[in-house]
Design a protein around this ligand. Structure first.
Ligand code: MG
Length: 252
């Protein structure tokens, strides 16, 4: 929804409220508050909540990586495709979707290496960047302390997850991410900030979390640069062989 659309919606809603207030409740009929058209669009759900519904874009089907993904420089992605999943190859760099997105619902499954090496941020680290800027952290946070706003399910260095529901290393895990892109003022600041909700293995870990600015490793994230448009989904190469599969997205 654009800024003007948002303002219009607020005015319409306020107008409806004022109109309803003028009606004598005793005079109102149930039908007066029933909205029939347009009919809600039909979507066929997947067999399970993990399976893509009929209106999803399949970003990785277990076989074909190159149709939807490139390396950051636009070349072919250098990650390993094997056994129905993709795995980070250290040094191959991040990969990103060719398509760009605004508001969406994203499903992605990930697995940290069964063989545990390293600790804290050095163990099973990757990440899902929304619009190329805002990182939902992927980390092996099973019996692995690190700073709370940098563990699995965090919005990296901005919001800790509400709980830690990380499975054992080597087990597949799910993220379901609902993302509302920022809208901008003319001076480049956020009119509304990015908002992120995350379910980790079906459990709510980010509840409508407002983002301060693009993810940074050092310093306080603040948005004070120029507005950005739609962006790719980016998966991070942090040097650990983290795997991903069953990636689909619904544009909202
Ligand atoms: Mg990361």
């Amino acid at each position: 929804m654009k800024k003007t659309g948002f303002v219009l919606s607020v005015l319409l809603f306020a107008g409806f409220g004022a109109m309803a207030q003028q009606e004598d409740p005793a005079e109102m009929k149930p039908q007066m508050t029933e909205i029939w058209d347009p009919e809600v669009r039909l979507v066929t759900p997947g067999k399970t909540p993990q399976d893509a519904p009929s209106d999803a874009i399949i970003l990785f089907d277990g076989i074909d990586l190159e149709s939807e993904w490139t390396s950051a420089d636009g070349s072919k992605p250098g990650w390993k495709v094997e056994d129905g999943c993709i795995t980070v190859v250290k040094g191959a760099g991040t990969i990103k979707t060719k398509r760009v997105f605004e508001d969406f619902q994203l499903h992605i499954e990930w697995r940290s290496p069964e063989e545990v090496t390293g600790k804290s941020q050095g163990r099973g680290n990757s990440g899902v960047f929304l619009q190329e800027r805002y990182e939902v952290q992927v980390l092996d946070s099973y019996d692995n302390r690190t700073y709370r706003n940098g563990q699995a399910g965090s919005i990296y260095k901005q919001h800790a997850p509400l709980v830690n529901v990380t499975k054992e290393p080597g087990k597949w895990q799910t993220y379901d991410i609902i993302y509302t892109a920022p809208r901008f003022n003319d001076d480049g600041s956020y009119f509304t900030p990015p908002v992120i909700t995350v379910l980790h293995n079906g459990v709510l870990v980010q509840n409508h979390s407002k983002v301060r600015g693009p993810t940074v490793f050092i310093g306080i994230p603040e948005y004070h640069v120029k507005p950005h448009g739609p962006g790719s989904i980016v998966l991070q190469d942090h040097g650990n062989p983290v795997s991903f599969k069953n990636i689909w997205i619904r544009e909202l």
